[in-house]
Ligand binder design. Structure first.
Ligand SMILES: Nc1ncnc2c1ncn2[C@@H]1O[C@H](COP(=O)(O)OS(=O)(=O)O)[C@@H](OP(=O)(O)O)[C@H]1O
Length: 218
């Protein structure tokens, strides 16, 4: 996010794929050195599963033929197409590994972290604190957001009716098996521990899912 010469204008841009792109930090810093960055921290295990479901929903032929994320996780580097998907599912959840690169180009003061679970469960509170951090005028988010039981997510409230994000956001799919969850938790154990230490060292809020993930591995 960036404020340009007209101080009332805030430009923002979001993508789930910038964060782990090896050139993104350098390129962003070259174009918008004073940008404010917002990073949403989701449990990497859930994030990997969500990305796999994203590929299934987009009818990715390799994901479809593999049927489960478990098959993808077992892929070796000799199975290049499957292995590439494996890396895409796992890479984004390796937060500290990528953060190190962003911190070569931006200061920590330019970065705001959001706990994905908090955003999902208490969006008005999270958005209020984000807009305060961005120095934006106060806005009563709570009167513009309401939980939609049919969608299972909070949605915008317009003229008394909820207007939710499209079908591609917050898809309905079966929960991952306990076996897959444990396998992913193990894959991310070191990354989660590094994130825990990073947040604690910098006196930043530690998400509940991270406390839990680190407690289980100890
Ligand atoms: N209010 C609300 N409505 C819908 N979705 C919500 C909401 N809050 C958080 N989420 C979570 O956001 C995930 C989709 O995020 P993205 O847009 O970055 O993903 S994507 O680019 O479509 O893959 C999406 O992931 P999936 O549940 O895996 O589809 C949601 O978990």
């Amino acid at each position: 996010m960036s404020k340009f010469s007209n101080e009332t204008t805030v430009i923002f841009e979001k993508s789930a794929t910038y964060f782990d792109n090896p050139s993104a930090a350098r390129q962003a810093a070259a174009m918008v050195p004073h940008a404010k960055l917002v990073i949403i921290l989701q449990n990497p295990t859930q994030r990997a599963y969500s990305w796999f479901q994203h590929l299934i929903a987009h009818k990715d032929p390799i994901a479809l033929s593999s049927e489960s994320l478990d098959v993808i996780l077992n892929a070796t580097s000799s199975e290049s197409a499957k292995f590439k998907i494996r890396q895409r599912c796992l890479s984004g959840g390796r937060y500290v590994h990528h953060l190190d690169k962003w911190l070569e180009h931006f200061s920590l003061q330019q970065i705001h972290f959001i706990d994905s679970d908090e955003l999902r469960n208490e969006p008005a509170k999270v958005l209020s604190s984000l807009s305060k951090w961005l120095d934006l005028p106060e806005f009563p988010f709570e009167t513009h957001i309401r939980f939609s039981p049919s969608k299972g997510f909070h949605c915008r409230l317009i003229n008394g009716k909820t207007k939710c994000l499209g079908e591609s956001k917050g898809r309905k799919y079966s929960e991952m098996s306990q076996e897959l969850r444990l396998k992913l938790d193990e894959i991310f154990a070191l990354d989660n521990s590094a994130l825990f230490k990073f947040l604690r060292k910098n006196r930043l809020k530690i998400p509940d899912w991270l406390e839990e993930a680190v407690r289980i591995t100890v």
